[in-house]
Structures are given as C-alpha cells and as structure tokens.
Write a protein that binds this ligand. Structure first.
Ligand code: IPE
Ligand code: IPE
Ligand code: MG
Length: 255
C-alpha cells in the first residue's frame, strides 16, 4: 500500500480525511441470487477489504465501518451466530495483511457481548496494530449512537458527582472525550449502500456536519467505481458549516 495521497486522476485535492460507511444490502444481494443471506455477508467481507485497500491507496487516514448495530440482535439467532463467527474468522485471516499495510484497528461499540472468542481475537488485533499510522480502521460492533450518548451522559454525571466537573462547565469537548470515538476526527463523508436513506442509529453526534452519499448499490458490489463516484460527489459539495457561500469561497481562496 502506498502512502501517497492522490485522487484517481492523480490530483491531491480535497479528499475526505475520515470516511464512514454503513455497509447495507448483504441480505438482498444474496436473495437476488437465490442464495442464503449469509452468503451476502461473506461477500460483504470482501467488499470491506476493498474499501480498506482503496482508502489506504488514496491516503484517506480514517475509515469507519458499521458492521453490527445494537439493534441487529433482533435478527434470528442463527444469523447473529454466523455473523459473530464470520467476524472472528475474517479478523484472524486479515490481521497479517492489515498489519503489513500499516492499518491500526480500532473498535467502537460493545463487542464484549459477542463472547470470549471474538473478544480475544479483537484484543490481539488491536494490540498488534496499535503502533500503525497509515490508516485507522474503526469497526463499529454492537454499536448504537443513542446508547453511546446515554453512556456519555452517565460518565459526565459521574464526573460531576465526583466534583471533577460542574454541570454548567460541560463543553462539547468534554462530551467528545467520553464518546467511543474520542481521538477520531468527525467523518467528512458518509456512504450508505443498499438504497435506504437513513442513519439507523450510527454516529448521531459525529455526523452533524458530514456530507452524506446514499447509493442503491448493495454492499457486496461496492467497488472502486462506487468509491470514486462517492468521493467525486463529496468534492462537488460546498461545506458551509452555517456560513454563507461567499464566506467559504473567500476563505478557501477560490472566490
Ligand atoms: C448489512 O446487510 C449487514 C448487517 C447489518 C450486519 P443486511 O444484512 O442488513 O442486508 P439487507 O439490508 O437485509 O439486504
Ligand atoms: C444498519 O443496517 C446497520 C449495519 C449496516 C451494521 P440495518 O440493515 O440494520 O438497518 P435498518 O434495520 O434497515 O435500518
Ligand atoms: Mg440492512
């Protein structure tokens, strides 16, 4: 993996620093082929590998993948069991390659609920890759943004009880410090595959000013073309953060 930062056409301009992806549509991909849903999840792992490689090659330093939501426990036991095993096997299989490519693995959510086997695999992978600096790959496992915010509220309340903080002094930075994503920049671009136009409880705080790209492409079909189409859509947006367009243009030296 080359550390160069470049668009597909070789230009360096305006890549997202943090790309987040809601990887949706595995089940429908399989169904359309007359296969069991789990086959879609298998192919979904290949797509996750492609996304990681593409970010590494482009020089995007943060990639966050939504792999399992707090609400996905509502699925049949058999599918949850399959996903748990697939996650553990895939992580073991990919670990060597991730490490060679300078990828640092980070987990958000509550992966302990998946059992000891996956927890051990995760601990080993996070530990082994902890000094890598090319790409921080965050996988959201048993993650829900509302649960994250409730936990954050509890932690801040505890700090107040312990007199480390006063309620009126609580700042955005204090809240960010108690989120799962502490230390990560907010996503610049979110891609959701699979045709649904919703956030499904993903990174509700962090996505406040993120550019959103929704595509009907099902996750197992995610490839280089879709990746660069989403980046091009991002590059065509004007991020105003509440300002008016002329202000943003004069700051960027375009206007
Ligand atoms: C996304 O694909 C993977 C997970 C949520 C684990 P789905 O399994 O949601 O696929 P669809 O949306 O049913 O097609
Ligand atoms: C969102 O997909 C969660 C992940 C991709 C892990 P879902 O398939 O669970 O979302 P809903 O249920 O359609 O909102
Ligand atoms: Mg889905």
């Amino acid at each position: 993996m080359t550390p160069a930062t470049a668009n597909k056409d070789g230009s360096q301009e305006d890549l997202p620093r943090h790309l987040a992806i809601i990887m949706d549509g595995n089940g429908r991909w399989a169904k359309a082929r007359g296969q069991a849903r789990v086959q879609g999840h298998r192919r979904g792992v290949d797509a996750a590998r492609r996304a990681t490689t593409l970010c590494g090659e482009a020089g995007i330093p943060y990639l966050t993948l939504f792999a399992f939501s707090s609400e996905n426990w509502r699925r049949p036991d058999e599918e949850v069991r399959f996903l748990t095993q697939l996650l553990a096997l895939s992580l073991e299989k990919e670990l060597g390659r991730l490490h060679e490519n300078g990828v640092r693995l980070n987990i958000i959510g509550d992966p302990a609920s998946f059992g000891r086997n996956l927890a051990k695999t995760i601990d080993r992978a996070v530990e082994k890759t902890s000094s890598n600096t090319n790409l921080t790959l965050t996988i959201a496992l048993n993650y829900g943004a509302r649960q994250e915010l409730v936990t954050a509220a509890r932690l801040l309340a505890e700090s107040c009880v312990a007199k480390e903080l006063t309620p009126e002094a609580i700042s955005e930075a204090d809240l960010e410090r108690v989120l799962n994503t502490r230390g990560l920049p907010d996503p610049d671009l979110l891609i959701r595959t699979g045709g649904e136009v919703r956030l499904s409880n993903f990174l509700l705080w962090q996505l406040a000013y993120t550019e959103l790209v929704f595509t009907d492409v099902l996750w197992p079909d995610f490839d280089e073309t879709i990746f660069w189409e989403a980046i091009a859509a991002y590059q065509g947006r004007q991020r105003r953060f509440g300002q008016i367009g002329e202000q943003v243009e004069s700051q960027s030296g375009i206007g």
